[in-house]
Structure formats: C-alpha cells, structure tokens
Design a protein around this ligand. Structure first.
Ligand code: CA
Length: 228
C-alpha cells in the first residue's frame, strides 16, 4: 500500500515514516501544503495522513483541493489543536478520521490500516467514463455492461487515467503506480502499456491523448475528437 504523509515536524514525520515502512508500506513524505495539493492529485495513494498546520497551505486547504478535484483516497488528519471546531471542519471537508497530537504511533498505524480496509470494502467504488465503468472493488472493467478482459496492470493504468479523466496524468505517476508489479519498470515501458491501452480504449469510445514531455490525458471521444 502506498501512503502520502504530509507533516512539517521533521522528527515526527521520520518516526511515522519508519513505522509505516516497518508495515511494508511505501511512504512519500512532504512537509509543504502547496506541494501536497499537487502530489495528492497526481498520484494514486491508498491513504493520506495530513497534518493541519503546514507551511504555505494549511491541511484544511489541502484537503478541500483534493476533494474538490476528485481525489478520493481516505484522509486521516493530524491536529495539534485539540479543538472540536477543527475536527468538525475537517470531517465536513471530507476527512475520514483524525488523531490529536500527541498520539501513539501504533495507534496511527492501526487507524491507517482500518481506513484502508474500509476503503477496500466500499461498494460504491465505481469510476465511469463514457460507457466504460471500472469497479474498483472487484478490479473489473465493463463496456455497456459487458466485461472487458484486461491484465491487472492494464486495469491499474485504466484506473489511474479514468479517475483523472480530463486531467493530465504525469508519466512519473504511471511509473510509480505500475512499478509495484515490476521493479525495473521504466518510462519506456509506460509507452508500451499506454499504446496497448490506447488501442483497446479507442474501440470503446475513449481516447488517450499524449501531452508531449509530460504525460497522458483520457477523454471520452466525441465526433470532433477522432482517436489520436
Ligand atoms: Ca505542523
């Protein structure tokens, strides 16, 4: 599982990061709210742990940006302020859980594990683009209700593009998502996978466009946009 940890207290984030790694989780650590907004939207994280007091953009702003632009990963807020007000605002803004500092790291680990479990069991996890529907729980893609057979890696790539439909997905995000299957996964392999998926999607009314030097964007095709 891949986790985004946004915490500007270096000692605390080091301790949390180590505990997460001991669980076998992959952790990306950020200490700045502005960077966190972009990273949380660009990469498919399983869970985000988000401090409220951050430089440049506070955690609440980060969370609102994520939710406002469709990022659906479970978010656990860390707050130094033991105030009901912050927690209520955070939960209203789309947080899934919170912990008040100081907390025990094992408790944080347990909460994160619970969030992931809950997310995996979500029954409404369906992403649709045009007439394509991706069931995230069962990892199944359907077109007009008919199952489309794809490898797990193709499904992962389809998920990444479909969840950000209409927005550019950077190549590095694809590399980091797909590299969990193959350690030496490179940017060249991304091109091979995208090429393959593009051909399949073109038959299903969805276009994958290349944004040169940056990444790819998925668009439902219209008569004005023939397959690229
Ligand atoms: Ca802080």
């Amino acid at each position: 599982m891949r986790i985004l940890l946004v915490e500007d207290d270096a000692a605390l984030s080091l301790g949390i990061g180590r505990a997460f790694e001991r669980e076998g989780w992959r952790v990306d650590v950020l200490d700045d709210g502005q960077v966190a907004i972009a990273e949380g939207l660009a990469t498919a994280y399983d869970v985000a742990v988000l401090d409220l007091g951050l430089p440049r953009r506070d955690g609440m702003e980060v969370l609102r940006h994520w939710r406002g632009r469709g990022a659906r990963m479970p978010v656990l807020l860390l707050t130094a302020r033991d105030e009901l007000h912050d927690r209520v605002l955070g939960l209203d803004a789309g947080a899934d859980d919170y912990l008040t500092k100081p907390f025990d790291v094992p408790e944080l680990v347990a909460r994160v594990r619970a969030l992931k479990r809950r997310a995996d069991g979500r029954i409404d996890d369906l992403v649709t683009v045009g007439e394509l529907a991706l069931d995230l729980t069962h990892r199944e893609l359907t077109y007009r209700g008919e199952r489309v057979r794809m490898s797990p890696r193709e499904i992962a790539l389809a998920q990444l593009l479909m969840q950000r439909c209409g927005r550019v997905v950077p190549k590095e995000s694809i590399v980091s998502t797909l590299s969990s299957w193959e350690s030496d996964f490179s940017e060249n392999s991304v091109e091979v996978y995208v090429h393959r998926l593009r051909k399949r999607f073109a038959e299903l009314g969805v276009v994958i466009k290349t944004v040169r030097g940056f990444g790819y964007v998925l668009e439902p095709s219209t008569p004005d946009s023939p397959p690229a």
